[in-house]
Design a protein around this ligand. Structure first.
Ligand code: AMP
Length: 494
């Protein structure tokens, strides 16, 4: 199928061709006709699938050619996104695809001055891209009118819920025309029960569009696990970047503090680095991203929320310096590479306290990830044993045969499967317990937004693997605290 077959206006096709796209991605091939028909759409697609053009192109077409052709001032299409970066990217797409159309777009998010946004809204905006918090500020000040919205898009709806935006979203929706008088498109990486609940009453008889598997992107990413002691991760990472002569690498940490610290240390190692997270000013975030895209910044260290939806074309390397405690975040992270059909590499440095997280990720992916050795580094036997111990007989799914193959292939370099792990298990557990305490502190200041259930899963795993016993003991408070952290992170991100 070609773009020309989709019924988009000549102006939009010119803009698409200028981007160099030869054919629609699967999500575009499904979503564009449904949106053009005026249907509500529920799309299961994560970033990297081309979903932004999947809703941007038909919305612009309908606003430009649609039967109403309303020419009154006021927002006609509203796109809500969880983060500032994603809002900026969607707005960029709107501008790029709509450059031959007489439609105005604007983007509004927190962390920057409100007055230029008020001025832009006053001049008149057809398409508004916004994060929920700042949009509510405008609503309460009466500087935006949403009563004429014809199309509402909830982009990365799962993440908006994870970040605690549900009440903000509901308030925004209350300012829109009713569902029967507007078109609603909801995109989410997964259709969880919470997402289905949100969709009820919001979408009317939606067309369901989805791209094959949730981890379709992950399939094209070369994934590698290195078992590395926590204390040696930084050195390991520096050497890996240097040895591979990597010019552009996105590194994930779990906490904002961890991101700052790592970026500073890598700078000292001679690698131009920057950190990006919710505590940074919007100016700093934009500068870091710009430097990274241009090649001035070689290593961008990010937390999950800040990196959510980042679109960096041809990004070759993603490193999980720390594994996420929500397995779905792993899929989002590695989806920053191997975008739009390209290949990419995702490398995870896993220490003793993260083996439970690794197991959760493998369970989600339904595959075991290859442990790979590198020259000049042999992981401690306790770590290898802890990995072998938790992998044997505890996994509900996965491909044990494949796992065994990878491990024995690498066995000569010190990562081999260990049949005699018991003798070392005590030392492994001791180390894990110490680290477990530390993690629970880190998490308190983290970009934390795991939901209660998932967090419980991670906690149970930790306990199972001899990990954060104190984390488990604090379990009764964790639900509330995580909820508060989530709200806090949401405000910081928007
Ligand atoms: P998205 O999932 O919307 O974040 O898009 C991911 C990347 O795919 C972006 O860099 C887009 O520019 C690119 N892209 C979108 N549509 C196409 C297409 N039809 N062909 C090739 N690349 C595309």
């Amino acid at each position: 199928m070609s773009f020309d077959d989709l019924g988009l206006s000549a102006e939009l096709l010119r803009a698409v061709h200028a981007q160099g796209y030869s054919e629609p991605t699967p999500i575009q091939a499904q979503a564009i006709p449904a949106v053009l028909e005026g249907r509500d759409v529920m799309g299961a697609a994560q970033t990297g699938t081309g979903k932004t053009a999947g809703f941007t192109l038909p919305i612009l077409h309908r606003l430009y050619c649609g039967p109403e052709k309303i020419r009154t001032r006021g927002v006609r299409a509203l796109v809500l996104t969880p983060t500032r970066e994603l809002a900026a990217q969607v707005a960029d797409c709107m501008r790029a695809y709509g450059k031959h159309l007489p439609l105005r777009s604007a983007v509004i998010f927190g962390g920057v001055k409100i007055n230029p946004q008020i001025a832009a809204l006053r001049r008149g905006v057809d398409v508004l891209v916004a994060t929920p918090g700042r949009l509510l500020d405008h609503l309460s000040q009466g500087t935006v009118d949403l009563s004429k919205v014809e199309v509402l898009v909830l982009d990365e709806a799962d993440r908006m819920l994870d970040m605690g935006f549900i009440r903000d979203i509901r308030k925004v929706i209350a300012a829109l025309p009713p569902a029967s008088e507007r078109q609603t498109l909801l995109f989410s990486a997964t259709f969880s029960n919470e997402i289905r609940k949100l969709a009820t009453g919001l979408l009317e008889n939606p067309a369901i569009v989805e791209v094959a598997a949730q981890n379709a992107t992950a399939d094209r990413v070369r994934q590698t696990i290195h078992l590395v002691e926590k204390s040696r991760k930084r050195e390991f990472l520096s050497q890996m970047i240097g040895r591979g002569d990597w010019r552009q690498v996105l590194v994930f940490t779990r906490t904002k503090h961890g991101a700052n610290k790592l970026a500073t240390q890598l700078e000292k190692d001679g690698l131009a680095s920057a950190a990006i997270h919710g505590n940074k000013s919007q100016g700093a975030r934009t500068r870091a991203l710009k430097g990274f895209k241009s090649g001035d910044v070689r290593v961008l260290v990010a937390t999950d929320i800040a990196a959510r939806g980042l679109d960096i074309s041809a990004l070759p390397h993603v490193v999980n310096y720390e594994l996420p405690n929500v397995p779905e975040d792993y899929v989002h992270r590695i989806g920053r590479t191997a975008r739009a059909g390209r290949e990419g590499e995702a490398i995870s440095l896993v220490d003793g306290e993260e083996i439970g997280y690794l197991r959760d990720i493998e369970r989600l992916l339904r595959q075991s990830l290859p442990r790979t050795a590198v020259e000049d580094y042999t992981p401690p036997q306790s770590l290898v044993d802890a990995d072998a111990r938790t992998s044997s007989g505890k996994r509900a799914t996965g491909k044990p045969g494949q796992r065994h193959l990878e491990r024995s292939r690498n066995g000569g370099k010190g990562h081999g499967a260990s049949a005699n792990g018991n003798g070392r298990s005590n030392s492994g557990q001791g180390q894990d317990s110490r680290n477990g305490n530390r993690r629970s502190d880190d998490t308190r200041s983290a970009d934390s937004r795991g939901n209660g259930n998932r967090s419980n899963g991670a906690r149970n795993n930790g306990a199972r693997h001899g990990g954060p016993r104190n984390g488990g003991a604090n379990g009764g408070n964790n639900g509330n605290r995580r909820g508060r952290d989530r709200q806090h992170a949401a405000r910081a991100a928007a």
